[in-house]
Design a protein around this ligand. Sequence first.
Ligand code: SIN
Length: 187
Amino acid sequence: MSHNTIAINQQRQPLNHLKSVWLFGYGSLIYKADFAYLNRKPACIYGWQRRFWQGSHDHRGTPEAPGRVLTLVETATARCAGMAYEVTPDTFEYLDHREKNGYLRVFTTLHWLDTPGQTEGVLYLASADNAAYLGPESDTAIAAHIARSKGPSGENSEYLLKLAAALREMNEHDEHVFAIEQALLKL
Ligand code: SIN
């Protein structure tokens, strides 16, 4: 699959017939909500874990020197906390562009963190078959990769540090993110 997913997302999953859609953010969408939203609520999903396994050609790296950003990896026992935003369907024009580097929209169940209940929502998933996928590496190798990368949205380290700070603010522990943060801070 090409790493530019704008047209694929628009063709396979039109959303314009819906009044509003819940978007689940687990990476930069947690700390950088630069779009209009109707509601914002912390939520989690089950069966997925965050991993710095996706290459970034357009935000935190370049096509010649991709950065490392987050995707989700399926793991039966995992729980991943993030931020959910209720948005109008036209917001996906912007979001599809922002998340175009290998991410496909997927519907899944979101569980609220501070109130009982759940809803269906959309997240952006970069699976192993996209051309920008980088896959696993050790925490220290990922930290070194992040330390040397930058792109049009800024330093790759800023992505990691802002995410780690946002998770701490939510009282959420993410072993993968915090181990790579520690490795980066030691460099
Ligand atoms: C997300 O934040 O939910 C998707 C990955 C990213 O843009 O960092």
